[in-house]
Design a protein around this ligand. Sequence first.
Ligand SMILES: Nc1ncnc2c1ncn2[C@@H]1O[C@H](COP(=O)(O)OP(=O)(O)O)[C@@H](O)[C@H]1O
Ligand SMILES: Nc1ncnc2c1ncn2[C@H]1C[C@H](O)[C@@H](COP(=O)(O)O)O1
Length: 222
Amino acid sequence: MNLREKYNIPSDAVITIAGTVGVGKSTMTKALAKALNFRTSFEKVDTNPYLDKFYADFHRWSFHLQIYFLAERFKEQKRIFEYGGGFVQDRSIYEDTGIFAKMHFEKGTMTKVDYETYTSLFEAMVMTPYFPHPDLLIYLEGSFEDILARIRERGRPMEQQTPVEYWKEMHERYEQWINSFNACPVLRININDYDIVENEHSIEPIVEKISYMLNQYRNLKR
Ligand SMILES: Nc1ncnc2c1ncn2[C@@H]1O[C@H](COP(=O)(O)OP(=O)(O)O)[C@@H](O)[C@H]1O
Ligand SMILES: Nc1ncnc2c1ncn2[C@H]1C[C@H](O)[C@@H](COP(=O)(O)O)O1
């Protein structure tokens, strides 16, 4: 019996992993999908045609990058829907607007007109009854120092060249954002409470928590 069956996780569930850059979303997505025998939906970083340009010049490329991410995530949403669920998704669409676009607008690296165009497109596409919310959002959290160490260890060149203040600002914004997020149920996990890199079995207590949350909310909906 696999962990999905053992913990009675519905086979059509959609679980999205949220958290700041470098916190461990992709690593968690892979481990959880393997444990549950679910499909994965990843952000494509290496093939993103705007990401390097964006980090080199926020003003010039922030709007282009947001539109690109929105299109990519929408296509992924469609794929998840067509398969009928059973997915773990690396990063939620809500972070694009709630963290990134908002932060660039408020810091002055996205113009007001671009921000309004982006948010109206986002709302028309996403904040509608036709766009199903995930069954659960897993929020990964940790200290700024631990997360910065992970960004450095991973070593993506464009992220190394970005000032530390950028990551600090993002870390603070994430904490505020998650405290008022209510589009779907949230399971918060501290990165010091598991180690799926060194110990594959440490995913099991997380699956148990997921099961508890999903079944609690399914019962509430009945
Ligand atoms: N549980 C963990 N323990 C130790 N290192 C981790 C853990 N999860 C991720 N990492 C490391 O942290 C870095 C960032 O992880 P990643 O999953 O790519 O983050 P994200 O997708 O949130 O940007 C990688 O070098 C990864 O190997
Ligand atoms: N919506 C976004 N705006 C700007 N930058 C973004 C957005 N979504 C992701 N990113 C960046 C941040 C990282 O450099 C890479 C991948 O994110 P990760 O958290 O490492 O999966 O893309």
